[in-house]
Write a protein of this length. Structure first.
Length: 133
C-alpha cells in the first residue's frame, strides 16, 4: 500500500486465477485461485473487478460469473455463447467496505456443458481489488 496525495491509503491485490479450471455445475462454485482477503481500514472501500475468458464445450452455453462478498454471492453476469469451443469474455464489478472480509469469484454453467477458465499468455483472466481509505 502507499499514501496518495491528500493522505488516502491505497492498496491493490491481484488473485492468482487457475488456468484450465472447469465447472459443469448449474450451482455456483468457487473459481480456483480467486480468493482475496480485504484489509480492515475504517471508512475504506474496495473496488472489485473481474475480467474473464472462458471456453465452452457446446453451443448455447450460459456461463455465469459472480462476485461473492459481504457474506453472499451478489453481482452476477451471464454470458450467452451461441457457438462451441471459442473464447468468450465476461466481466463483473462490485464495491465492498474494507472490513477484513473474504471476497472471491464463483461460476456456473447450464447443465451438460463444461465451462473452462482461460488464464494463459495470450488470453488472460483476472480479479483485482483496488482499496482506498
Amino acid at each position: 500500500s502507499w499514501v496518495a496525495a491528500g493522505g488516502a491509503v491505497v492498496s491493490v491485490q491481484n488473485a492468482s486465477i487457475t488456468n484450465g479450471s472447469t465447472t459443469t455445475s448449474a450451482v455456483f462454485s468457487d473459481v480456483p485461485g480467486s480468493s482475496l482477503t480485504l484489509p480492515t481500514r475504517t471508512g475504506g472501500q474496495a473496488f472489485l473487478s473481474a475480467c474473464f475468458m472462458f471456453n465452452n464445450s457446446a453451443a448455447n452455453a450460459n456461463i455465469k460469473l459472480g462476485i461473492f462478498h459481504g457474506g453472499s454471492l451478489q453481482e452476477v453476469q451471464t454470458l450467452r455463447c451461441y457457438d462451441a469451443f471459442n473464447e468468450h469474455a465476461v466481466s463483473v464489478t462490485a464495491t465492498q467496505p474494507l472490513d477484513g472480509s473474504l471476497v472471491k469469484l464463483q461460476y456456473a454453467v447450464n447443465g451438460g456443458i463444461t465451462a473452462m477458465v482461460i488464464n494463459a499468455a495470450t488470453n488472460t483472466s483476472s480479479f483485482q481489488s483496488f482499496e482506498v481509505s
